[in-house]
Ligand binder design. Structure first.
Ligand SMILES: Nc1ncnc2c1ncn2[C@@H]1O[C@H](COP(=O)(O)OP(=O)(O)O)[C@@H](O)[C@H]1O
Ligand SMILES: [Mg+2]
Length: 473
């Protein structure tokens, strides 16, 4: 069952650029398996254009391949007999072709082409200025994250600077879309699937919905030689050169080193380089630097990419057992451990998405101008929404457990007390309690407390929309 989930906004942006009459150079980038290629192929459907996948091979060989593609896609059989042999000739040919009518040219895995031929960027720049900018080409350069940011394509120092019309980073899907991939699972397992795979469509689409979540975890991640058994390394290798350095940083953070100094001690990487590596991991959205939304506290680092968080916690840590094909024993541990360690923070994130959705539906009356967490010494609030426009504050707690009415009340009281300590003096405050199940939660609602449960998740989740492929906001 192949479903195409969401990406309405992205497709809208692409169509807008397409319908303009000017030459367009667009950069599309994002994490491996985030859905770049599928999105661009979807966009290409029914358009005059060609999809070209770069590889790390010699220019001549790549051009022979591209000639074939172009010959077919643009109906230029001559290219089969006399293939082009350089990038320059290829782009000149397309320029000629795009003089009158719009043509879409997608170059995927562009970083490989640049790796083989570093002069490619200035060549494209020269040709863009001379010719391509006067045509109706829509040129899409697509690739990994680090290849585009970091002094490269998108930087002011790079040759293409000033030529790129727009750039688009492809991000994770909202957790509200998880049910679209496994419609028959229990919603609680959807939250767990989000815990393990994040909102990354590549992983979500490879789940076998006929099997249980746990069997999928074993067969996709834990079993030796399974599809994602070595995923962390593959992912890093695609983006950076010093894979082992990055690997050891993530290993350190996964095992509890959350402060810069702790990571420093743990990895032994010199301070200056560590600083740079961490910066790149943050840019890649793999690592996250958290600070409280209000007030001051030292920042903590945590792995933001849920899949990598899972991978480092179980796959990397119990590698020996997994190499010995004892994946069932590790899986047993995962089953015991997941809901105590990783699922609670995933539920927090889901709660945040739900809150935003409820705000959008006018079910919660607040305009978030800042969203985050707050902590001070031993006090902590999972979700804080500040409305600087209307001077309101929402504080919420997310618990991954079944709550009795009195549990939930206690949490609400505690939040009310804690508000006093938050350095923000609102005119109005809202209290929110979130848990998969809250007994008699309508009583809390009567008392003016906002509640979120797994039923709220079910109501707001977007599986039906996705499966029928209907437009949604
Ligand atoms: N919007 C989507 N809806 C459903 N599945 C998707 C979506 N985007 C990607 N996928 C799945 O994820 C896989 C990997 O996506 P792909 O486009 O190849 O990622 P990338 O090019 O970013 O590495 C696809 O083969 C498809 O199965
Ligand atoms: Mg791709």
């Amino acid at each position: 069952m192949a479903v195409f989930v969401d990406r309405t906004r992205e497709l809208g942006l692409l169509e807008n650029l397409w319908s303009s009459d000017r030459a367009v150079m667009l950069v599309v980038y994002g994490r491996r398996r985030i859905g770049k290629t599928l999105l661009l192929k979807k966009f290409l459907e029914g358009k005059r254009g060609v999809y070209l996948l770069a590889e790390e091979v010699e220019e001549k060989e790549l051009m022979r391949e591209f000639s074939e593609r172009i010959a077919e896609a643009l109906d230029l059989p001559i290219l089969k007999i006399a293939p082009i042999d350089t990038w320059r000739k290829l782009l000149k040919l397309i320029a000629k072709y795009a003089r009158k009518d719009r043509v879409l040219v997608i170059i995927d895995e562009f970083q490989y082409a640049v790796r083989v031929n570093p002069a490619l960027l200035s060549m494209i720049q020269a040709l863009w200025d001379e010719e391509l900018s006067k045509t109706k080409i829509m040129l899409v350069l697509c690739g990994s994250i680090v290849s585009f940011i970091e002094d490269k394509v998108l930087s002011e120092k790079a040759p293409l600077y000033g030529r790129i019309t727009s750039n688009m980073r492809i991000e994770e899907l909202s957790p509200l879309y998880i049910p679209a991939f496994t419609p028959n699972w229990d919603n609680v397992d959807h939250i767990r699937a989000y815990t393990v795979f994040g909102g990354i469509p590549g992983y979500l689409a490879s789940i076998d919905p006929e099997k249980t979540l746990w069997d999928n975890i074993r067969d996709l991640i834990l079993r030796k030689n399974s599809p994602y058994f070595d995923e962390a390394k593959k992912l890093l290798r695609e983006e950076v050169r010093e894979v082992t350095r990055y690997y050891s940083i993530l290993e350190a953070v996964a095992s509890g080193a959350t402060r810069f100094s702790e990571i420093l001690n743990h990895t032994g990487i010199p301070r200056e380089s560590l600083y740079k590596y961490i910066q790149i991991l943050v840019e890649m959205n793999i690592l996250e630097k958290q600070t409280p939304i209000l007030g001051k506290a030292k920042p903590v680092y945590r792995i933001r990419d849920r899949f990598l968080q899972f991978w480092f916690r179980y796959n990397a840590r119990y590698r020996t057992a997994l190499e010995l094909e004892l994946e069932d024993k590790v899986l047993e541990h995962v089953r015991q451990d997941l809901d105590k360690t990783l699922t609670p923070s995933a539920w927090e994130e889901v709660t945040k998405h739900i809150v935003v959705e409820l705000i959008r539906n006018n079910e919660i009356d607040i305009t978030p101008t800042r969203i985050g967490k707050w902590w001070h010494r031993d006090k902590e609030v999972d979700l804080v929404v500040v409305d600087d426009i209307n001077n309101k504050l929402l504080v919420g707690e997310a618990k991954w457990s079944k709550l009795s009415l009195s549990d939930a009340r206690r949490i609400a009281y505690r939040l009310e007390e804690i508000i006093e300590e938050i350095p923000y003096k609102p005119k109005q405050t809202l209290i929110l309690v979130s848990a998969p199940e809250i007994a008699d939660h309508s009583k809390l609602v009567e008392e003016g407390i906002i509640t979120i449960t797994i039923d709220t998740y079910r109501r707001l989740s977007k599986n039906k929309l996705a499966i029928h492929g209907k437009k949604n906001k």
